[in-house]
Design a protein around this ligand. Sequence first.
Ligand SMILES: [Zn+2]
Length: 165
Amino acid sequence: MPGLQYRPLAPRRTTEGCGFDDGVQLLQVGVPIAGITAMSCPVAGALYRWIEEGLQPAAQRHFGQQVVRITSYGTYSCRSVNSRPGARLSEHSYANAVDIAAFELADGRTIGVETGWRAGGASTAFLKDVHRAACQTFQIVIGPDGDRFHQDHIHMDMGRGPYCR
Ligand SMILES: [Zn+2]
């Protein structure tokens, strides 16, 4: 895939059962993304396809310009689902997930999931399109309509799906 560049990471295992065998550090995915560390190969591939085929076309449609920066709330993190005690390990524990919180447009405007999802107008239409597109490339996608834990970001992972909410 031209435009997708990454560096393979050494396998990692923690005593809690977290870690990954196929982790990569993204070097280039078309748009700078703040807040990402290790992610699995399938997540890197899905992220790339989503940006190329879903995100940028949606930005063109709704705003007539490109997204120039993405803010993430993280990828690899050893924790349970929604950080609730006793819950099973999150896909983040295997670097198999990415949380996306906001998009900066070429004109400097920022479209955030928290404020934009229910704001109406172009922001809402754009974010819903972006969410729908994520469901085409990721296995599991959870946004603000999913549950109270996803009000300020869209969770996307390559675990066992499909689930799109
Ligand atoms: Zn998440």
